[in-house]
Every structure is written in C-alpha cells, then in structure tokens.
Design a protein around this ligand. Structure first.
Ligand SMILES: C[S@@+](CC[C@H](N)C(=O)[O-])C[C@H]1O[C@@H](n2cnc3c(N)ncnc32)[C@H](O)[C@@H]1O
Length: 381
C-alpha cells in the first residue's frame, strides 16, 4: 500500500480540493495541459479513458466536454471513492458511462491494454516502487494509446522541502493534528496568496505538502519515467515543455525512431530551471551542474527529517539544511538571482536556530516556489 493511501486513509482526507468555481477556466486549464503534452482534443473524442487516483474527481469533470466514450476511475482511498461516486450520482460526468474500481491500482488485474488514454496525476512519486508502478500504468493502455503521468525531482521540490523543515517551529509536536494543520495554514497563507494560479485550499496544501510524511521515494524524475518504460513507449511531450529533438524527420528510419534518449538529455540539461517557477529564460551554463544541484537538494530532503526531530537535534537539523542550501545558492547565484535572494532570506531567518527571525522570510523567501510536479505524456508502442 502506498504512503498516500496510508496517510489519506488514516486521517480520512482528500487534501487536493481545487477552486473550480469558474468551470470555464478549469476546462481551459485542462485543455492547455493536454495540448502542451502533445495530446490534442481529438485524441479524447470517443476514447476510453482510465483515470488513476482521481482524488476529488474534479479533473474528470472535463471528460463530457472532451467527448470521451467512457471513463474508469481506480482509486484506493475510501473517502475519494465516495466523493467520485457522489459526483457521478449527481450527474456531473454527464452522459459519460462511469465505472469506479476501489483498489490499489498496482494490484488491479484483467485490464491490460483496455484503455485509449490513461491519466495518472500526482500518483507515481510516492508509490512503494515507482518504476514498477509506471510499468503498471503503461500496461493499462492499448498500443498507440496515450499515458499521462507526473514526476518530481529534488530540485523542483527544494522550496517546499525548506518549508517542511520549518514545520515544528510553527506548531507543537504534541498538538492535535487538526491544530497543527490550522497553525501551519496560517503561517504559510501569505506564501500561497502570492502564488499565481494557486487553486488549492491552504489547509489542503499544508496536509499534502507539509504534514504528509513524504516517503523516501517521494521523488521520481521525468528521466526515470523514460528509463522505466524503455522502448515500450515514446515521449509525446512534457509540461513544462522541455523536450528538444533537432533531427529532420527524413533522417529517421525504424532504428532511430525512438525519441526518448534525446528527450532525456534535454530534460537533464533543463532540470535546474525547475528550482523556481519564476525562471522563464534558458540559462545554458547551468546544465553543467544539474547533477550537483540535484544531489545537494537530495541531501536537503534527507536532512529536513532531522529538523523534525523531537529531541534536541532540531537545531542541528536546520543548521545542516541551511548549510546545504547555501551550497546550492553558490551554484545558482549568477543564473537565478531571485532564487538566490530567497535562499539567503531563509538562511538569515535561521542564523540563530534557537531564536529564528521569521520576518527575514518576507525579504524574498515567501514568493519562492519550485516547479513542484512535472507532467509527461507517452505513446505506447
Ligand atoms: C496527490 S492525489 C492526486 C489527486 C488528483 N489526481 C489530482 O491530481 O488532483 C493522489 C491520489 O491518488 C490516490 N492513490 C495514491 N496511490 C494509490 C494507489 N496505489 N492506488 C490507488 N489510488 C492511489 C490517492 O488516494 C489520491 O486520491
């Protein structure tokens, strides 16, 4: 059972509610996402769709507008299953026939090759064996069908990991869980209020990003998706859009048809740009330190659990986190000045861990978010 199912199930929560009061905007965002991934509108028309881990089921509300022929949801959290069933009973999926399978998707048999399109969003990183789960997701698709999944890397999660490290400065380890969540939501509300396109409720964001005891395999980069599918699927696109392949189509023969190696190289070159959603220009030199940044960000990930320790090691943990963040700053300072300003503000905040100055965060840290989760679309061969 994945850590998601353990955590969501034990608190009976679905911490992924979005504000979709303007449904037209929601529909436009979903269409934009699919188009960016290389999945055009006609791909959905008449398609059989499988959505794995629908959460609230809100993303699926667009299926009637995309003209899909039927949808199957596989969901392992009882609270989510009840919500999706309820939406279906209310007719919110229109005329689209809906099937809901309550199960861990890794354990579902008998649906091999059954779907034209498989959507699996916010699910793969955090599974017990993400590479195996990627193979399982691909197995549900028919040859020529499309699979959409999400990825994370340590670099893209750095800003959130630094926020997580502050958790027990903002709430007591012994506070009831709901009280912890409320205190953290108040503390991070100004950060979230400044994030353009933020559709999640602050308390849900806190539950999913701060309170959730991220398992060690919470990170599974785009490149690992490509490695996991091998030659059984070909990349169509990513969001953010990060694949580059300069070859002329007449250069292509059957032996060189695959695009995944080219895509993996481009993804590695661009990965440092995931550190901050505000970066919108390509910095060619930063690709030389992709691995160094990712390795240091991984060390921050492991160290942030020390800053959660309930004994006297909390200050030592945050010192280590700040030291590693300083080393990342030295690598990105020239290329990404806004990110550098944010890291410096964080380090100033904790210059004396026994008496942190949280006002220092207002000077550049609070606005900083990474490109947390990335999308990839693949065509099954
Ligand atoms: C982070 S939420 C994402 C929800 C939604 N896809 C979205 O993007 O807003 C992950 C969802 O996947 C479900 N989930 C996670 N692991 C699962 C598994 N192994 N089998 C079935 N459902 C799973 C969770 O219960 C939850 O509904």
């Amino acid at each position: 059972m994945s850590e998601f199912l353990r955590f969501y199930g034990s608190h009976q929560i679905i911490p992924v509610h979005q504000d979709i009061t303007d449904f037209g905007d929601h529909l436009a965002r979903r269409r934009w996402l699919y188009r960016t991934l290389g999945v055009n509108r006609l791909a959905f028309r008449g398609a059989s769709v499988l959505e794995i881990g629908p959460g609230t089921g809100d993303n699926g509300l667009v299926y009637p507008y995309l003209g899909v022929s039927k949808v199957t949801f596989i969901e392992g959290n009882a609270a989510s299953v009840a919500t999706v069933r309820d939406k279906n009973a209310q007719g919110l999926y229109g005329d689209v026939p809906v099937e809901i399978v309550e199960s861990d998707f890794n354990a579902v048999d008998g649906l091999s090759g059954a779907f034209d399109i498989v959507i699996c969003e916010g699910v793969i990183p955090g599974q017990d064996d993400p590479a195996r789960s990627v193979r399982k997701v691909l197995d549900f698709a028919t040859p020529g069908g499309v699979v959409v999944m999400t990825a994370t890397c340590y670099t893209s999660m750095l800003a959130e990991i630094l926020r997580r490290a502050m958790r027990f400065w903002q709430c007591g380890t012994g506070d009831p869980f709901e009280e912890q969540t409320a205190k953290l939501a108040r503390f991070f509300a100004p950060d979230l209020a400044g994030l353009p396109g933020m559709k999640r409720l602050p308390a849900d964001w806190v539950l999913d990003n701060i309170q959730f005891p991220f398992p060690r395999n919470m990170v599974f980069p785009l490149q690992n998706h490509l490695k996991a599918v091998g030659e059984d699927a070909v990349v169509l696109g990513t969001s953010p859009s990060m694949t580059v392949d300069w070859r002329w189509y007449k250069q292509i023969d059957r032996a060189s048809e695959a695009r995944n190696d080219r895509a993996a190289a481009a993804l590695a070159l661009l990965q440092p740009h995931l550190i901050d959603y505000r970066i919108d220009a390509f910095s060619p030199r930063i690709g030389a330190v992709t691995d160094e940044i990712e390795a240091l960000a991984e060390d921050v990930f492991h160290a942030h659990f020390d800053a959660w320790s309930v004994d006297g090691n909390r200050d030592q943990g945050i010192r280590k986190v700040c030291d590693l963040a300083g080393r990342i700053n030295a690598l990105i300072e020239m290329e990404f000045p806004q990110t550098s300003k944010a890291i410096k503000a964080y380090r100033r905040c904790f210059s004396n861990p026994s008496n942190p100055d949280f006002r220092a965060l207002d000077d550049g840290f609070r606005e900083w978010f990474g490109r947390g989760q990335q999308y990839i679309a693949l065509e099954k061969v």
